[in-house]
Design a protein. Structure first.
Length: 273
């Protein structure tokens, strides 16, 4: 491996440890998971605001507040019986539409950010939702790692050269294969059948790569390399969680529709097997 690549990988590994407290909180379930989700949402909301509102302090505050509101509305129906899930979704839609007329330039990415954090709050609050989020996180991390190494080792045609010149089709395929392979052992938990895990790996990997490209397009449009410099070797929260922008909203809809069931297992079982 080239010295520059080795240096970058070292910082990526060290930077990953900064996520451990949030991962531990979310993995703990209950109120601690909601606190972990709130910390993660706050970091993403901050970066959304600094990226898209760099030249206007008022716009920056609106974007940050709206994005974080998505998370709050996601957990609110489970914190109080006075607001239903449908009511929270309706309020989220009204809030977004009101913001649309103020911040039209970033309407789509703002929608994704609010929908992503709403979905995070919704899933964290559901019984079994934390386990599902951790399984998705495992698949996305495997996809990122598989894409990184297969892209560097194999190379070949570019995936989207005008958006992200470093991404290749070999990296994309390697990421999908890695996501499938890391999910297959979950069959031992007797929660999802093999076919569903394979399909889930493909869908999660494909959606996460789309989210990655969307964030890359945003950064290219704004003329920045990273969403921030908060995390050594990674950039910012958004650089590491861009795949979730597209994965979590789709997953939350599938769960709400009953297409994807929530695993009815104790989270400690995963670590004891």
């Amino acid at each position: 491996m080239a010295p520059a690549a080795s240096h970058e990988l070292k910082y990526r590994i060290l930077g990953s440890f900064l996520f451990l407290p949030i991962i531990i909180l979310i993995g703990s379930g209950g109120m601690l998971a909601m606190i972990g989700g709130a910390l993660l949402s706050a970091g993403i909301s901050y970066e959304f605001s600094t990226l898209m509102g760099r030249k206007d302090a008022g716009e920056r505050h609106i974007i940050g507040s709206l994005t974080f509101t998505g998370y709050l509305l996601g957990v609110l129906p489970f914190m109080t019986a006075d607001i239903s899930l449908l009511g929270a979704v309706g309020f989220l839609a009204v809030t977004y539409l009101a913001a649309f007329f103020v911040i039209r330039r970033f309407a789509f990415i703002l929608f994704l950010g609010m929908a992503c954090l709403f979905s995070l709050g919704y899933l964290i609050s559901m019984p079994g939702g934390v386990v599902l989020i951790l399984l998705v996180a495992l698949a996305i991390s495997a996809c990122d790692t598989g894409a990184y190494f297969s892209g560097r080792l194999i190379g070949g045609p570019k995936l989207a050269p005008h958006i992200s010149p470093s991404k290749t089709w070999s990296g994309s395929c390697g990421g999908i294969i890695a996501a499938i392979l890391v999910l297959l052992p979950v069959v031992t938990l007797e929660v999802y059948p093999v076919a569903m895990l394979i399909i889930g790996g493909v869908v999660i990997a494909a959606l996460s790569q789309i989210g990655d490209l969307i964030e890359s397009q945003l950064k290219r449009r704004l003329g920045v390399k990273d969403s921030s410099r908060l995390i050594p070797g990674h950039g910012g929260f958004l650089d590491r969680f861009d795949g979730y922008l597209t994965v979590l909203p789709v997953l939350a809809v599938l769960v709400a529709m009953g297409v994807v069931g929530l695993p009815d297992i104790d989270i400690t079982i995963i670590f004891s097997r």
